[in-house]
Design a protein around this ligand. Structure first.
Ligand SMILES: [Zn+2]
Length: 199
């Protein structure tokens, strides 16, 4: 069976599409598909190069604020799909991960995601631990090149990380702020994640 093949690893475009479909529904996704004729969904897997025009289309259709919300929700949904499809390969089902206490579990999970995203973006994604927060930074990623402050995938990353934190902590909410952004001319997109949940 294909599902037994542990070497099949889908990337961010695959989960972006699943998350987006869950957020806006198949009919709305089909509208985008028609408008961006080259996508040929649902037969084709999306490529990284196709993610950006879709994200820009969201701005056109739903407006900047609506599109940001949709992108963030898509990121949250995308993490759930990643977990159910590849949680095992990524190490989220191992006992060493599951029985880690609190912050160790969050830190370990963030570093697993950083290495998965790094492979996907084929660039640097790294995690630093500060006193009160973690800094999850993405450098030179595909999504970040030539982006404006709108139409970027940074909201997707925020939602994606937020859902991981909620899942790994058993339902708590951790504040994430993007403190620097390539879209604003910074070297990295850096996501500052509070180590303490919102009470
Ligand atoms: Zn950014």
């Amino acid at each position: 069976m294909v599902t037994q093949n542990a070497t099949v690893m889908f990337g961010i475009p695959h989960y972006f599409r699943l998350g987006l479909e869950e957020t806006i529904g198949p009919d709305e996704l089909e509208k985008i598909n028609v408008q961006l004729a080259g996508l040929k969904l649902p037969q084709n897997e999306l490529t990284m190069a196709q993610v950006k025009p879709i994200r820009q289309k969201l701005d056109e259709i739903y407006g900047t604020i609506g599109a940001r919300g949709i992108t963030m929700c898509s990121g949250r949904a995308a993490f759930k799909h990643l977990l159910s499809q590849q949680g095992k390969q990524l190490g989220f089902e191992s006992e060493t991960f599951r029985f880690l206490p609190g912050r160790f579990k969050l830190k370990k999970g963030l570093s697993l995601l950083a290495s998965w995203m790094g492979k996907n973006y084929q660039e640097k994604v790294f995690l630093e631990s500060k006193e009160k927060h973690w800094l999850f930074s993405v450098a030179d990623c595909y999504e970040c090149t030539n982006i404006n402050s709108t139409g970027s995938m940074c909201d997707f990353t925020t939602g994606f990380l937020q859902e991981f934190l909620t899942w790994a902590s058993g339902g708590k909410f951790y504040r994430i702020q993007e403190t620097t952004c390539r879209g604003k001319g910074d070297e990295f997109c850096s996501f500052m994640i509070d180590k303490d949940p919102v009470e």
